[in-house]
Write a protein that binds this ligand. Structure first.
Ligand SMILES: Nc1ncnc2c1ncn2[C@@H]1O[C@H](COP(=O)(O)OP(=O)(O)OP(=O)(O)O)[C@@H](O)[C@H]1O
Length: 272
């Protein structure tokens, strides 16, 4: 089946992923309930290392719920129950020996709305390394702050005002500050829940370029409503529908040759 979508071929992620990509995270038969209501119906998914996976699907299909399973953010939601297996490097993240705070340093998160702490730019980045005891000297912390801001593509814009409040930056800069904050604790996986939905097109383009660069060092899972964005930034795409993961494949395949008619309906704009 070949499908006519409204996504131009040129919008597809320009740099194909090189090399062999191991499995970083695995979901097996993951079910999530909010009280009596079932939000995910048994999700199976493999997330490959150093790649970007996009989660797409109509509103309310469970994308954010699934994303939050990956670093146990659902633990913080009252009434929410998770069943099944989520593994990081083969280890059950819901296992008895796993500390959720340590897990969230390994699997960081960037939210829809930039949410810098009401602190200086420097302290926004230094906060995580401080609580995790990552830096023992001031020089070491300076180095982490600088490297994190460089990796997030923000250093040149803020290097002369590190003591100014993070909340004084533009929306796009604030989101890059939040990405730098996530990077500062050396995560292996970065989860992004619609990270550009509050940003203008220029700031969005900046974040998309950044995502493409970041996958050299991190594994990224991004929830997006914007299918052009999914096509531009990801190598793998998973389509969710009514609590099911309908199909997951190479992004190009999902957007040009989907196997399921629900995916086809969504990407051609028939519903969603
Ligand atoms: N805290 C909660 N309490 C109760 N129900 C919830 C909660 N969070 C989500 N849900 C429900 O779970 C289902 C999945 O929601 P979720 O936010 O994961 O979907 P989504 O695909 O991310 O949606 P959107 O694209 O609109 O953000 C929805 O029916 C939603 O109403």
């Amino acid at each position: 089946m070949s499908v006519q979508t409204h996504i131009p071929a040129t919008a597809m992620a320009s740099r194909p992923a090189a090399g062999i990509h191991g499995t970083k995270m695995v979901a097996r038969d993951v079910k999530v309930f909010y009280g009596a209501k079932q939000a995910l119906k048994g999700i199976n998914l493999e997330i490959q290392e150093n790649r970007v996976m996009a989660l797409i699907g109509p509103s309310g299909c469970g994308k954010s719920t699934f994303l939050r399973c990956l670093n146990r953010m659902n633990d913080t939601i009252e009434n929410c129950r998770v069943e099944g297996l989520i593994a990081l490097d083969g280890e059950d993240v819901y296992g008895k020996n796993i500390d959720a705070v340590q897990l969230r340093a390994r699997v960081g998160m960037v939210f829809q709305k930039p949410n810098p702490f009401p602190k200086s730019i420097y302290d926004n980045i230094a906060y995580g390394p401080r609580i995790h005891g990552i830096a023992s000297h001031r020089d070491e912390m300076d180095e982490i702050v600088q490297t994190s801001l460089k990796r997030a593509g923000l250093w040149n814009e803020v290097k002369d005002r590190l003591r100014e409040p993070g909340t004084g930056l533009s929306g796009g800069q604030q989101q890059r500050l939040c990405i730098a904050r996530a990077i500062a604790v050396s995560p292996e996986v970065i989860l992004m829940d619609e990270p550009c939905s509050a940003l203008d097109p220029i700031a969005t383009a900046h974040i998309e370029e950044l995502i493409d660069e970041l996958r050299e060092n991190y594994t990224i899972v991004i929830v997006t409503h914007n299918m052009q964005q999914a096509a531009r930034v990801s190598q793998k795409t998973a389509f969710f529908h009514l609590g099911d993961m309908v199909e997951c494949d190479d992004t190009e395949e999902i957007f040009t040759n989907p196997r399921d008619e629900r995916t086809q309906g969504y990407i051609t704009g028939r519903y969603g």
